[in-house]
Design a protein around this ligand. Structure first.
Ligand SMILES: [Ca+2]
Ligand SMILES: [Ca+2]
Length: 395
């Protein structure tokens, strides 16, 4: 068993995680800190605020309420008061194709939400024809969030403004996280749908990060703007399943990515850059086939940080709050198989693994709250609910 796995799986053992997430023995293994639970050692207090059915994403409104998506297609508007929650279901959400990794996905606000009221949702839809011909793909819709005096809420004027093309078989690797940049443009992470080569095929928008205007148009400064409708969307390529995208305080775009076996990644995303999948990866295919590692001068951009064994990064948040001052400009990554909250310290274009805190459940989403608290959504599923967790400094 690898030491990192041991650290997560045997939290009561006499083991502590050092800054790289590796396990280190803590003195005499027969007499040391056996009574201390790992939760007591975490540098934050964790409160369970609410539960959801397979929650996937959340975002905060300017008034402190939150929107939470549930994968079967439900959007909740959540009012948070003194560490309790009440919620209503928002009507008018798109029909989603639920199954496998598919369903309702990300939710983000328009950069001008206070004035325009637009929210953006990603979701999976079936292909055309009877039962979609067995195909599906991610899409992004924009709609106006309207809240009424009686507390009800609806999405109005919903329009699909982007789609994965082509729709293909299978129900995995949709990606479909959304982030707005300081340039006002919308970036969408698009997974390669477990089809490998599309990540290198510039006539498909699978395995890419695409950059669009807030209405789904093509910005004229995209790298392949004049090379046809699909190429024109592409900002970066050679991605596998990019499940997190976020901008840092300097306006740089980062993405966390589920790579192949031994190859989960945090990338600094640059315009027109090729991140290599499936031609190169520091991991290898799950069926055992080799993938050449990144090497200098191979033409592919290597990750800033990678994980072996994998953590299964679900989400990415770059912290700008004041509640945890030591973690400003750190990247926070939710880990699914890793069952952890992972911190990576960012310094300009460099990144370094910093912490790997065991959370004892699959973490699907990481979000920063208005007051700088860190919020997590557990994955749930398999009959269990996913909790909404609020992390605050230890008093
Ligand atoms: Ca979010
Ligand atoms: Ca490799």
């Amino acid at each position: 068993m690898h030491r990192l796995t041991l650290c997560a799986a045997l939290p009561l053992a006499l083991i502590a995680c050092n800054s790289s997430g590796e396990a280190v023995a803590s003195g005499d293994e027969t007499t040391a800190v056996a009574a201390i639970s790992p939760i007591d050692r975490l540098p934050f207090e964790t409160m369970s605020i609410a539960t959801f059915a397979e929650p996937w994403a959340m975002t905060f409104l300017p008034d402190g309420r939150a929107l939470v998506t549930e994968r079967k297609g439900v959007l909740k508007l959540v009012t948070l008061t003194d560490n309790t929650a009440s919620m209503v279901t928002v009507s008018g959400t798109p029909d989603v194709a639920y199954g496998g990794q598919g369903g309702l996905g990300d939710v983000v606000l328009s950069p001008d939400f206070t004035n325009d009221g637009f929210v953006y949702l990603s979701f999976v839809e079936k292909g055309a024809g009877k039962d979609g011909g067995g195909t599906s793909g991610a899409a992004v819709a924009r709609a106006k969030l309207v809240t009424a005096a009686d507390g009800s809420a609806s999405l109005q004027g919903s329009q699909v403004i982007w789609r994965q093309e082509p729709k293909v078989s299978g129900k995995g690797h949709y990606g479909h996280r959304i982030a707005f940049g300081p340039d006002g443009m919308m970036y969408i992470s698009s997974g390669e749908r477990q089809k490998f080569d599309p990540a290198q095929d510039l006539d498909m928008n699978l395995g890419k990060i695409v950059r669009l205007t807030p209405t789904g148009g093509i910005p004229s400064d995209n790298p392949m703007y004049d090379q046809g409708r699909i190429k024109a969307q592409i900002w970066s390529y050679g991605h596998r399943n990019p499940l997190g995208i976020a901008f840092d305080g300097a306006g740089q775009l980062w993405n966390s990515e589920m790579g192949p076996k031994g190859g989960d990644e945090l990338n600094l995303v640059k315009r027109n850059a090729n991140y290599g999948y499936p031609k190169v990866s520091n991991g290898d295919h799950y069926d055992g086939r080799d993938i050449p590692d990144h090497s200098p001068e191979d033409g592919f951009v290597p990750p800033k940080v990678w994980w072996n064994p994998v953590i299964s990064p679900s989400s990415l948040m770059i912290y700008t709050g004041d509640l945890f001052p030591a973690w400003k400009n750190s990247a926070f990554i939710g880990a699914l198989s890793g069952q952890a909250l992972v911190r990576v310290a960012l310094d300009g274009e460099n990144a370094e693994k910093a912490d790997n805190w065991p959370m004892e459940s699959r973490i699907r989403e990481v979000e920063q709250g208005p007051d700088g608290a860190i919020w997590l959504l557990e994955d749930g599923g398999g009959g269990s609910k996913g909790r909404l967790l609020k992390l605050t400094p230890v008093k």
